[in-house]
Design a protein around this ligand. Sequence first.
Ligand SMILES: Cc1cc2nc3c(=O)[nH]c(=O)nc-3n(C[C@H](O)[C@H](O)[C@H](O)COP(=O)(O)O)c2cc1C
Length: 338
Amino acid sequence: MNKRILVAYASASGSTREVAEAIAHEIESDDFTTLVQHVNQIENVAQYHGVVLGSSVRLGRWLPEATACLERIKNQLNDKAVAYFTTCLTMADDTAENREIVLNYMEPLLNLTPDVTPIGLGLFAGSLDPDRRAILVGNGPQGDYRNWAAIRTWAREVREQLRQQESTAPLDLAETVLSFTDLSHSELSQVDLQGAELQAANLLAANMEASQLQWADFSHSQLKGANLFQANLIGSVLTGANLEEANLAEATLNGALLQYASLINANLARADLNWVDFSQADLRQANLQQARLGWAKLSDARLDGADLAGARYNDHTIWPEGFAPEEAGCINEGRGPV
Ligand SMILES: Cc1cc2nc3c(=O)[nH]c(=O)nc-3n(C[C@H](O)[C@H](O)[C@H](O)COP(=O)(O)O)c2cc1C
């Protein structure tokens, strides 16, 4: 299973960004996909398994944008693997005293996240462009002191810690606002997303097998190729969503809204589609074998090439004009439940 790791950085003149990139490069592996982002771009880290956050130091403190980022995301870190790193010139001389000084620089961050036990604290020598040196008082070091071997060694240790992190409980994202969030290819199986707001979210090829998605709002979201096998989608809103090639086999969609949704080539075999509103939906080439379609509304839905063999419906099911369900292999259950 490939998990996503965010490597976030703050950097006044770019040298810490290069450190972040080196860290991400070491963590990137069969197990982990990394994304390097400037702290100002970060609002939501729900989709990440782990977060590595680092900053350079100015006048004894992390850059303010890094601390502000941590303030924004601190409440999302409790169930994640977290590591912090600092670059500064105090570490140009790697002594016990200097480590103590730099750990003191980091203390405010650790106080901001008291419930988080970091899996790594990286203390690295940084780089100071001699031109920028002019703004510093005193005769401190200048030049590039970055020790790439030490940075890579630390990143590999973090990677091992990440591997050892067992997720303790199914992820609980109920009622979370994730609209417009890029969750493409995310591992979200068995996650609790009940009532979550996912309007226009990118869930391309996301794995949500057996997840709790009741009442979630996926309107206009991208779910192409998503795995929703046996997912619970009761009462969910999928209006205008792209579900092409999605796997919804054995999913429960009772009462879900799928008007204008695109379900071309989707697999809905054995799905519970009772009370689903498919008005204007595109179900061409969809697999609806043995699906349950009692009280379902399919007005103006496109069903060309759809496989409805063994699908059951009742007298309350509304079919597109001119569509003959029996000819398509559907079984009429009369007035009763399906
Ligand atoms: C104005 C200024 C203040 C700094 N203050 C400190 C400091 O208090 N302690 C320290 O160890 N390094 C300090 N440094 C060094 C930087 O933390 C170091 O050069 C770092 O690698 C810069 O990374 P960046 O280019 O990504 O911002 C300071 C640098 C500048 C330019």
